[in-house]
Every structure is written in C-alpha cells, then in structure tokens.
Write a protein that binds this ligand. Structure first.
Ligand SMILES: CC(C)(COP(=O)(O)OP(=O)(O)OC[C@H]1O[C@@H](n2cnc3c(N)ncnc32)[C@H](O)[C@@H]1OP(=O)(O)O)[C@@H](O)C(=O)NCCC(=O)NCCS
Length: 174
C-alpha cells in the first residue's frame, strides 16, 4: 500500500537489522504491551518476522520509508462473536515522529482491513495519556468510546486505557 509518506508492506527476513535498530527504544516499548520486548534483540526480531512472513491474509505490516522498515502496524481479529472485530496497533521509529506517517498508515491499514478482510469494527487501546497515539486515532477518524480505568498494569503501575473504534460502513455481512 503506497502512501504519500510511506509504503505499508509485508515484513521480510532482510528487515531484521532495521527492526532491531528502530524497535530497540524505551520510548516506544513503554507505550506498548510487554510482549514488545525491551531491550529488543536480533533474536526478538527474527522470532517476530518468522512468525508473520507466511501468515495469510497478511495482517502484520512494516512501515517502509526509502526502502527501510521504520515501523510496524497490524490488526488482530477476535474470535467467536467478536470475529469481525479486530484490534489495531502500531509503532514508528522515534526519528520519524511528527510527520504524519502513522496517521496515513492507520488510514491505509484500516481501509485494507475493511475492504479486503471484511472487518466490521477496528479498535485500539492506547494508554489514555499517550497523546501522540490518541491524536493519530482521532486524525484517522476513530471515535473515543470510553476510558477504561486501571485496565492495565505497565511496569507495576496501574494505567487507564482509552478505547477508540472505527466501524466499517461497507461491511458485507457474515
Ligand atoms: C504514536 C506514534 C505511532 C505516532 O506516530 P507519528 O507518525 O509521530 O504520528 P503522526 O505524525 O501521524 O501524528 C502525531 C500527532 O501527535 C501530535 N503530537 C506530537 N507530540 C505530541 C505531544 N507531546 N502531545 C500531544 N500531541 C503530540 C502531533 O502534533 C500530531 O498531531 P497533529 O498532526 O495534529 O499536529 C509514535 O509516536 C510511536 O511510535 N510512539 C510509541 C509507540 C506507541 O505509542 N504506539 C501506539 C500504541 S497504542
């Protein structure tokens, strides 16, 4: 998916060094779930890429600027009655923040999830005080639905999460 600022594409084994370079950053890890490791090692990068390269449909993407993977974005569908609902998540290398790259990527991946995968609802759960991320979601058209008080614990500290969602107006049915 080609945008003005980046191309959103599948991960490749050759992305391991770039992934380690950009993901190994405490300012990124502290806003994400603990499964995003810190420090972020080459073994972590290989394990992650091995786990996503052959998945179909592709739901986990690299954000590529000038032929380098500088971030990640993806969505993961729920199960049972939530199977048409998917959680979207993303991160970007710190050197690239503030240029509109992630907002554009969220727009592209949301359109892909709706059009190609018939997702009905996309939602995100940023920490409520992650102003950069909540701004991205608002700019991409997501609606703030709730504040989930003390819904998570990061580094031993209870944290509120904001629930944002976007509904597919063209959902094709079950
Ligand atoms: C959140 C993140 C993906 C944003 O990426 P980005 O490409 O910089 O986002 P954009 O440039 O599209 O938009 C950022 C917006 O936040 C605003 N912003 C920047 N610094 C801010 C701050 N300190 N407080 C509030 N808003 C801020 C920007 O001005 C911009 O809004 P604007 O276009 O209205 O001016 C990136 O900061 C990141 O990877 N953070 C760590 C991981 C993370 O938080 N992931 C999301 C988990 S839910």
């Amino acid at each position: 998916m080609k945008g003005r600022y980046s191309t959103v594409r599948s991960w490749r084994t050759a992305d391991v060094p770039a992934l380690v370079r950009h993901a190994n950053n405490a300012n990124i890890a502290r806003q994400l779930r603990d499964r995003f490791p810190h420090p972020y090692t080459a073994a972590d990068a290989r394990r992650f890429i091995d786990g996503v390269v052959s998945a179909r449909p592709v739901i986990t993407f690299a954000i590529d600027v000038d032929d380098e993977a500088v971030g990640g974005i993806g969505f993961s569908p729920g199960s049972d009655v939530e199977r048409y609902s998917a959680e979207i998540g993303y991160w970007l290398a710190e050197a690239f923040w503030g240029r509109g790259i992630t907002t554009e990527a969220v727009r592209m991946v949301s359109a892909y999830a709706f059009d190609k995968c018939n997702v009905l609802r996309l939602f995100a759960l940023p920490f409520a005080d992650n102003a950069r991320s909540t701004r991205v979601l608002e700019k991409a058209g997501y609606t703030r639905e709730a504040i989930l008080r003390s819904s998570s614990v990061k580094a031993g500290i209870p944290r509120d999460q904001a629930l944002y969602a976007l509904i597919n107006p063209g959902w094709r049915g079950a």
